[in-house]
Design a protein around this ligand. Structure first.
Ligand SMILES: N[C@@H](CCC(=O)N[C@@H](CS)C(=O)NCC(=O)O)C(=O)O
Length: 266
């Protein structure tokens, strides 16, 4: 199984994103100094028109080789839902070009982004003409189309077992540890106590499930683990202690030891 993302592509993605951040920062500083006004959004959009790289493709910084940016992930660094996709792509060795969407600046509510995802949420994957929103759906698509079959085996029982955990990730885990993190870290107006209560139930149930198995759905790692891992690993950001959940911590260690693993902030 090829699990390593080619180094040259990852390096390029890093440089590209760093350049984007630098350019926006430089513009903001120049405007602050000269006009004492914030840089107008219209100017930022001129410098970085909506998603130009999606069409233009990228060039490897290391080899100079031109790589069409066929798969573009509309991304947001701190988002656990986006991290699910980045993590799986890294583990399965699927090169992805990432484009940061400025959620704090409301970029996801602009018409250009709403045309990609009417729910106005990241992540969104664009693969040539194909556009897919929802992290679980993106995992299914990438696994089915580009990964080794072990990540999402085609037999009905494996499919059903994986789907159970994709649902748990989008429901119980989202409304438990992910919502607690949204309140604590990003001041979202959600019910924190309710999210913490649900988290205890969710984590205890998953911990019991993992006491006699290594992976959530199958004998080996699958997209089920990639979907569930981010918001469980990030639970401490929401004030939720993972110390009581031995089996979950051992499972997290197994995921973190997989070749190609990336942490959320990479
Ligand atoms: N079910 C979606 C949920 C996506 C979601 O909640 N995305 C958040 C970032 S983690 C978002 O874009 N929020 C926009 C907002 O808060 O306005 C998925 O799994 O992708």
């Amino acid at each position: 199984m090829t699990r390593h993302m080619p180094r040259s592509i990852r390096e390029w993605e890093f440089r590209d994103r760093a350049f984007d951040v630098w350019l926006k920062g430089a513009l903001r500083r120049t405007f602050d100094n000269v006009t004492k006004e914030p840089v107008p959004d219209a100017l930022l959009r001129l410098v970085r028109p909506p998603y130009p790289q999606a069409k233009a493709g990228i060039q490897s910084a290391k080899t100079g080789e031109h790589i069409m940016a066929r798969r573009v992930l509309y991304d947001c660094g701190p988002s656990g839902n986006c991290y699910k996709v980045r993590l799986f792509a890294a583990l399965a060795g699927i090169p992805l070009k990432t484009l940061e969407v400025d959620l704090a600046g409301g970029e996801h509510r602009q018409p250009a982004f709403t045309a990609l995802n009417p729910w106005q949420q990241v992540p969104v994957l664009q693969d040539g003409e194909v556009v897919i929103w929802d992290s679980q759906a993106i995992l299914v698509y990438l696994a089915e189309r580009y990964a080794e079959p072990e990540w999402y085996p085609p037999d009905p029982l494996s499919r059903a077992k994986v789907m159970q955990w994709l649902s748990v990730s989008a429901n119980e885990i989202q409304h438990g540890p992910a919502d607690a993190r949204l309140v604590r870290k990003f001041d979202y107006p959600l019910n924190y106590d309710q999210a913490v209560r649900l988290s205890s139930h969710v984590l205890a149930t998953i911990n019991a499930h993992l006491t006699d198995r290594d992976w959530l759905a199958l004998r080996g790692p699958s997209i089920a683990d990639c979907a569930a891992y981010p918001y469980i690993a990030l639970a401490p950001d929401g004030g939720i202690d993972l110390e009581p959940y031995d089996a979950i911590r051992a499972w997290m260690t197994r995921i973190e030891a997989l070749p190609g693993y990336i942490p959320i902030a990479s």
